[in-house]
Design a protein around this ligand. Structure first.
Ligand SMILES: [Mg+2]
Length: 165
């Protein structure tokens, strides 16, 4: 059994590193948080990504997915894998705390990481497996990410959000 490590810079543990083992991966926007109220930031001629991300703290919770998270076996590790930029980490952590959402690891896109969301998630998925996580299931609202997870051998449950960043 390897010793838990900090992992890449894009990883932030909730209460310190957890041991490798079975885990479930949740996306955030469109899966746990209802981002539909800030879609207008992306609808103009020039998409306002800063405005879109900075408004994330006011998102409503997607109750049924939060309930599913709550009902998961406590021994499973919960990984939140989001393409949100790390500069809104505080907003994101405060939002998670506000709703009392359980997680062990939050993975966000570091400053200067300009990979497309799907390639960012592919790289992180491989790093999670390399760490020793056995990714039992992922939940996603973006079919491009769903296809990525399945191509990496991770079963993925599609959540319909009607929202696509
Ligand atoms: Mg999403």
């Amino acid at each position: 059994m390897s010793t838990p490590e900090e992992g890449p810079v894009s990883w932030q543990w909730h209460s310190g590193p957890v041991s490798p083992g079975p885990a479930v991966v949740f996306d955030v926007d469109g899966v746990l948080s209802d981002a539909s109220g800030r879609q207008h930031f992306l609808s103009g001629y020039s998409r306002d990504w800063d405005g879109f991300f900075e408004a994330a703290g006011a998102d409503p919770l997607i109750e049924e997915v939060a309930r599913l998270l709550e009902l998961l076996e406590p021994s499973l590790s919960v990984i939140l894998l989001t393409a949100r930029p790390a500069r809104i980490r505080e907003i994101t952590v405060a939002w998670l705390e506000h709703f009392g959402l359980r997680y062990d690891l939050l993975v966000m896109r570091s400053g200067g990481d300009f990979l497309r969301a799907v390639e960012f998630k592919r790289r992180e998925t491989r790093a999670l497996k390399e760490y020793g996580f056995e990714l039992r299931l992922a939940l996603e609202d973006d079919r491009r990410n769903l296809e990525m997870f399945e191509s990496e051998g991770v079963p993925c449950l599609y959540v319909h959000s009607g929202y696509y960043g």
